[in-house]
Design a protein around this ligand. Sequence first.
Ligand SMILES: Cc1cc2nc3c(=O)[nH]c(=O)nc-3n(C[C@H](O)[C@H](O)[C@H](O)COP(=O)(O)O)c2cc1C
Length: 373
Amino acid sequence: MRKQISNMYEAQHFKLGVFSANCSGGMAITKVEERWDATWENNIALAAMMDNAGLEFSLPIARWVGYGGDTAFQEQSLETITWATGLIGKTEKLTVFATAHSAFFHPLVAAKQFATIGEIAAGRFGLNIVCGWNQPEYDMFNLELPESHDVRYQLGQSWWDIIRRSWTSTEPFDWEDAFFKIKNGRCTPQPFLETLPPVMSAGSSPQGQAFAAKNCDFLFTVMLDIKSGQETVQTVKELAARTHKRDIDVFTTTYVVCRPTTQEAIDYHNYYAKDMADHEAVERLMSLMGMHAHSFPRDQIQSLRTNFAAGHGVYPLIGDPDTVADEIEKIALAGFGGISMSFVNYNRELPFFIQEVIPRLERKGLRVPIGTD
Ligand SMILES: Cc1cc2nc3c(=O)[nH]c(=O)nc-3n(C[C@H](O)[C@H](O)[C@H](O)COP(=O)(O)O)c2cc1C
């Protein structure tokens, strides 16, 4: 039996990864010419760079319908399970996640896909569960998006219970609930329990937090400011410990504009996220999120317009390397175990981050240099 230990559990590192590189535009809703083109070649080059620099993970966004506008934001996206399988073959240390919608994949199909990729990955595959919110995607599949968050997460729970059952049951099993009816369910291969992938779920509502506390190793959540982020981390960790007697780590998601001087970073941020924003796509994303997700408080969503154009509304890391490293330190001190990052152009901008910010994080004791861990 292979004992698989993912780098996602290495305690000495504040974990760093990228989010959404499988998707056109990444997280930036901008018309600038250098915006991200999510080709396979670009993804391989990025993964190799991350692997060499010792970054821990790459996390794809699961997107089935984009947001239009002049740039057709997020219209092109590489499907996450096949993307992850390919990238695992091209890397050596990186943990590569697949992001799966519980509503769009039958659980027994998903179970077999994840077990297969787990065999291929030998410990480097991670699963990110998303319970859905994007109405046009449900329309495309002719599925109903449940109005109630409770029902969305109940479906997610049933989906995950079936997957777990198929991975552990020694006999074919039947299943019937409000969401699935299964006869003689099974999954071969079954992953050994020691080899279960790191499991993450993405969500911000109380229901999303409760789902993660019960089922996941990691919650991946939106942070609006450090203080509320710290409260979220405490709430979720306490919930997991008190109610389920388990540990959970909480990650948040950021976008990065790091330049030699803070003024250069601010100028570029203004340029791509204000002057060159794809306003139509920004508007569409904000209105869909406002209507169907609880990731951002509804009364605050309009005030986050520039952040939405710059990075899908998530937490900004803008400035020179000292400023960005200081901000990351604050996130770590708030109790988060890691962040995902996005850039306007990952392959052009990540090298500067690796060269300038990572050594600063090492000097702060947030990471250890590669080769010494
Ligand atoms: C950090 C983060 C990443 C997410 N990634 C995806 C994704 O890849 N695809 C998707 O459809 N939804 C994604 N979501 C949406 C959530 O899965 C969830 O459906 C949405 O946030 C609404 O649930 P909530 O109100 O609990 O946040 C993400 C949410 C967060 C907070």
